[in-house]
Design a protein around this ligand. Structure first.
Ligand SMILES: [Zn+2]
Length: 158
């Protein structure tokens, strides 16, 4: 929406009076916590709201965002039924003083729209209440359960 600087009354000619100088403004949408660079509402937000993640990496990103947001529902829903923790256990393990700040995806194997299994290796970086940094590098396994990508488990990398 541009602002109309010329209050052209009578509205006769519309031909040359509309120079669309409106620059495609990079609206002040917050970028997604997962580090994709995309606005959250077109990145992880739909997945957090229940949309299916297209790839294992997209699910991984949404889970990082869920950790950053303390979104327990999404973490449970995106966990394989065989390895999913109890709600209380999960909620109790989320440290509110630990702020997840950054996610780096190192490698993915499979996990695509046509795959049924996938691996995502990533480093998740957090900051503790005292300001110290925490880095967690994990190689996570994902499979489809009921057609949707879910997290199975992961090996923490040294
Ligand atoms: Zn995201």
């Amino acid at each position: 929406m541009g602002r109309s600087s010329h209050a052209a009354r009578g509205g006769s000619d519309t031909g040359c009076m509309s120079p669309s100088t409106a620059s495609p403004s990079p609206a002040h949408l917050p970028t997604c916590p997962c580090g994709s660079g995309a606005p959250e509402d077109s990145c992880c937000q739909p997945v957090l709201m229940g949309a299916a993640a297209v790839t294992a990496e997209a699910l991984m990103r949404s889970r990082f965002t869920a950790f950053a947001r303390g979104h327990v529902e999404h973490l449970l829903r995106s966990w394989h039924s065989a390895t999913r923790p109890a709600r209380n256990e999960l909620a109790g393990s989320l440290d509110p003083d630990r702020r997840w700040t950054r996610l780096v995806i190192h490698e993915t194997e499979g996990g695509g729209a046509a795959d049924s299994e996938g691996i995502v290796e990533f480093t998740a970086i957090a900051r503790e209440a005292d300001g110290s940094k925490v880095r967690l590098r994990e190689r996570s396994r994902f499979v489809r359960e009921g057609g949707r990508w879910v997290y199975v488990d992961g090996d923490v990398q040294a």
